[in-house]
Design a protein. Sequence first.
Length: 241
Amino acid sequence: MATLHPAPTEVVEYAPGKLMDVHRPSGGEGPFPVVLLWHGRGPDERDVMRPLGLAAAGLGLLVLVPDWRSDEEDGGRAHLLASFEYARRHATAHAGDPDRFVLAGWSMSGREAVALATHPDTPAELRPTAAVGIASSYERAAVTTGESPLAHLRAHPSPVPVRLVHGTRDELVPADRSRELSTALAARGSHHLLEPDSDHAGVILTEYDPAVARCVPAEADHAVRAGLATARVLAEAARLD
């Protein structure tokens, strides 16, 4: 898989007062496969996803990373859905290919990405072509759909390919949470779980810095390897036929 250089990051407003980073490959006119990448529970932390977004852009993807807030009364539902609709409606304007559109999320939002991508009420014209859940759990109800994606996918086949990434060293969200969903998907003929030797932050090319109470770009080898592997999973998902 060829590695390119990402272009300078663009920032757009996807909803009043809500910002989104746009990472794209430098050179070429596209259209590029699209990944909408949601950060975790921390409020407005799109910067945390920047290392992974840039790595994925270097693999030829248009990566859209919005701010959102899980501490809103609705758990962040309105922000997540607004960013999703913006990405689906405006991907072409950012040199993206709407027919190759991956919805992905890390930590809490991995559940949201899988839930929204696979839920029957998601309109066909908006449904992504694949979903990627990164270091998440799936048994609780998603704020976007009101239902547990694990329960739903145990009972119904997924309408889109689902790929999962979970570090074996993850002490915040045990890897068994992704294995549960992987087992449910495998029972219905769809299965793809990558388990890199890293932790919760490492799988997105970051490491947790207690001095700033935030994930920052990784220096540890295990995190760099794991984060780059996650970027490759995003690229593979975006190019599924």
